[in-house]
Design a binder for this molecule. Structure first.
Ligand SMILES: [Cu+2]
Length: 383
């Protein structure tokens, strides 16, 4: 989708010649001035990755999807004040491209780099920054990578699936994110926010976080953990869950799964084919590893698609008006907003003035508004 957007922009600017099937590769950037929102609306500072074309970072970073045997050129730029890298966790890349700074390279402030590799093996992988790793991880610098096969089988000779459901577990310690001054030994980190795809609690009931299934169409759950916690998952028997892959390789024998442990950095591919009409949850427990204590729980909603009709209309991000604007822009509904410019820098955060955001004196350009419910809306300021 992002590739498509980049192509559209090039079409608009440069005419038809660049768009004859060849799309400009999208570029990731790293930022250190982002926010994620807790279910109660509290904004927590994050560092992370985002698409340059979007102009903001996300938690987790963008899902990177490739096709088996594709030669990947992952373009990366770092406008942020510190060095970062992209470590391609579990992918069989050469040492120069694996993002461990001591053995490959740092991407320092203002620098661009391209990581190159061939996506030899289909499966579920992760990426994260490898600079002062525990701190940069805790701050949010991670994402998931999928290597798919064009025939929608998990691996050669493996089972077919109808769609992927990427599920990335992570956690963070609010104290660290609010005051990101030091790195901790791995075992000293006591997270207090426990997340599935960057959200928690009732945020997981937003339609884009619910896994809707069509009866008879298997879904490939792409499970990966960037959490400090040990994940313990509970799959109700109605899901008919079978584990086929571990750490980006097929298992010698698939096995039916009702309970599964996932340690930090591990990945599993589990196929589900839920019974018709089912509506329930995959339970996710976050266990502190040194103390062996249950620190948090989340629930992933899985539901027969026929039960979800009509919900999507509520999800559409609010459109601001007028857009473009010279002096102010209004939204119906939200009480507060965070606004980022095209380089991902936070330019405003706070309550709206009777639904209005005043932009007198702002630079001409494109901005992204992020609301407490996570919805995003773009607008332009002109003078
Ligand atoms: Cu970093």
């Amino acid at each position: 989708m992002n590739q498509f957007r980049v192509c559209l922009m090039i079409c608009a600017i440069g005419g038809a010649s660049l768009c004859s099937g060849q799309m400009a590769p999208p570029q990731l950037f790293s930022g250190m001035e982002g926010y994620t929102f807790l279910p109660d609306g509290t904004a927590i500072p994050i560092w992370g990755y985002g698409w340059v074309a979007d102009g903001y970072i996300t938690l987790p970073g963008p899902l990177l999807e490739y096709t088996q045997d594709e030669f990947v050129q992952l373009n990366f730029t770092n406008p942020s004040p510190e060095s970062h890298t992209i470590h391609l966790h579990g992918l069989d890349v050469d040492q120069a491209n694996d993002g461990v700074p001591a053995t490959s390279f740092f991407v320092v402030t203002g620098q661009e780099a391209t990581y190159e590799f061939t996506a030899d093996y289909p499966g579920t992988f992760l990426y994260h920054c490898h600079v002062t790793t525990t701190l940069h991880l805790t701050m949010g610098m991670y994402g998931m990578i999928l290597v798919n096969r064009p025939d929608m089988t998990l691996f050669e000779g493996g089972p077919s699936y109808a769609k992927n459901a990427p599920i990335l577990f992570s956690d963070l310690a609010i104290e660290t994110n609010v005051d990101a001054v030091q790195s901790f030994p791995f075992h000293d980190i006591r997270p207090d926010v426990f997340m599935v795809n960057g959200v928690s609690g009732n945020q997981l009931e937003q339609p884009d976080h619910i896994i809707d299934f069509e009866p008879g169409e298997p879904i490939a759950l792409r499970l990966g953990s960037m959490a400090y916690s040990l994940m313990r998952l509970d799959f109700p028997s109605e899901l008919n869950a079978t584990c086929y892959m571990s750490d980006g390789r097929p298992l010698p024998e698939p096995f039916d799964v009702e309970e599964m442990d996932i340690f930090p950095g591990e990945r599993f591919t589990v196929m589900i084919e839920p019974v018709e009409g089912w509506d329930g949850y995959i339970g996710c427990e976050f266990w502190n590893i040194p103390d062996q204590e249950l620190d948090g729980e989340q629930s992933i909603h899985v539901r027969d698609k026929s039960l979800s009709v009509g919900e999507w209309s509520e999800l559409i991000a609010p459109l601001g008006y007028p857009n473009p604007t010279r002096s102010s822009i209004s939204w119906n509904g939200p009480a507060s907003v965070s606004v980022f410019d095209v380089s991902g820098v936070l330019v405003f955060q706070g309550p709206l003035d009777q639904g209005q955001l005043h932009v007198n004196g702002w630079s001409t350009g494109m901005y992204t508004a992020i609301f407490p419910d996570g919805n995003r809306s773009r607008f332009s300021v002109i003078h």
